[in-house]
Design a protein around this ligand. Structure first.
Ligand code: NAD
Length: 361
């Protein structure tokens, strides 16, 4: 994509986010604004080589529009790689709605957003992401058919995402410890929302020693009681003596500050955009001898679930396909170890090879 300014005195490409937009090669970016409903949203379509761009809508209180733009650019590109590496006939896209999901939701706002999605004529298919529930998507669906994750259809993708993440964690354990059994392994789950809670359940069933943290203390108390796990204060998270760190909250938690504390053997969780600065922090993990399961490959269960709805496939198909995440992560991480190249770069290469081959006939 080329970014051009209509004003010769205004150099758009000097802005770092605009330059990033250009360098990430997005197909299309739609800025949506509506005073009547208070809607402010951005829809980013990164690539549609393999099929229509599919990716959820996130509602978040971004500090400003640039922060939201930065997020949607990275998330939509991640969807392209995620869909490609999972062999789904889908391209990559994502949307963000700027606002507080606890106070700003209304039918009018979501219907207006639905009309923007509809204006893209099926090039972008939306679903739930952080801050969005299936009932919000019912409002979106009143204005557009290009929406999945509706109640009564494939539903909440989180259990499938958690199952795929669990498979990816086991694959990493196999490489690191020679066995994929998680019995007795110390695992920290950061963020026990939709995905995190299901992941805790899988880990506990297998006998892992699980630690949890969340910004909501009530949630931590409930999870501690329900699953017999240990709660950890937010400021003690990264220094914890653990085998596996599973980020399941928001992105950017692998950064200079956390890397100086992290002592685990594996980073493998469901959150998107885990690496603060992709190349720098991916390399730093490799240098520290920490195995990293690239986020877009390990958390593909959700989009696999959405794809099953697009194609009319069963929930059994979605679970079976998500089980394959074990092999995908095993291949990526073992190649990374052998070639001494950060795993996210290996995974991107594999995804790009699939995109370059084009859609399956
Ligand atoms: P969610 O909103 O249900 O859960 C996120 C949890 O993280 C919440 O409980 C929140 O309180 C907590 N949290 C937020 N900031 C935190 C912080 N700084 N420290 C600790 N906890 C914090 O979201 P979710 O659907 O469970 O998704 C979790 C992550 O997985 C997101 O990054 C999302 O993009 C990614 N993901 C989700 C799916 C899915 O199917 N839901 C699919 C793929 C990727």
């Amino acid at each position: 994509m080329s970014v051009q300014s209509m004003n010769p005195h205004f150099e758009l490409s000097s802005d770092p986010v605009i330059s990033q937009m250009s360098s990430m090669d997005h197909d299309q970016i739609l800025f949506c604004s509506d005073n009547e409903t208070g809607l402010k949203a951005i829809i980013a379509i990164h690539d549609t080589t393999l099929g229509p761009a599919l990716g959820g809508t996130r509602m978040w209180s971004y500090k400003n529009e640039l922060e939201a733009l930065n997020d949607v650019l990275r998330l939509s590109r991640g969807m392209t790689f995620k869909n490609a590496i999972s062999d789904l006939a889908l391209g990559g896209g994502k949307a963000v709605i700027i606002g507080d999901s606890k106070t700003m939701k209304s039918e009018a706002l979501f219907r207006r957003f639905g009309r923007f999605v509809n204006s893209l004529a099926g090039n972008y298919i939306t679903a739930e992401d952080v801050g969005i529930s299936p009932s919000d998507m019912v409002w979106v669906n009143k204005e557009t058919d290009h929406v999945v994750g509706l109640p009564g259809k494939s539903g909440d993708p989180s259990p499938v995402t958690a199952f795929g993440t669990y498979m990816g964690i086991k694959a990493c354990a196999k490489i690191r410890y020679g066995t994929d059994s998680l019995e007795g392994r110390k695992v920290l789950v950061e963020g026990v929302g939709h995905v995190g809670e299901y992941l805790v359940e899988h880990l506990r069933k297998e006998g892992a020693e699980v630690f949890v943290t969340d910004i909501h203390v009530d949630t931590v108390s409930r999870i501690v009681k329900t699953y017999g796990v240990k709660g950890v204060e937010l400021d003690a998270v990264y220094g914890l003596d653990m085998d596996i760190y599973a980020p399941c909250a928001l992105g950017g938690t692998i950064n200079d500050s956390t890397l100086s504390e992290l002592k685990c053997g594996i980073v493998a969780g469901a959150a998107n955009n885990q690496l603060g600065i992709e190349d720098q922090h991916g390399q730093a993990l490799l240098d520290k001898g920490i195995l990293y399961a690239p986020d877009f490959a390990i958390n593909a269960g959700g989009v696999i679930n959405c794809f099953s709805e697009v194609e009319g496939l069963s929930s059994e198909w979605a679970m079976g396909k998500s089980e394959e995440i074990y092999n995908t992560i095993y291949n990526i991480v073992s190649r990374s170890e052998k070639e001494r190249i950060p795993s996210h770069i290996i995974a991107m290469k594999m995804a790009k090879e699939k995109i370059n081959k084009g859609p399956k006939k």
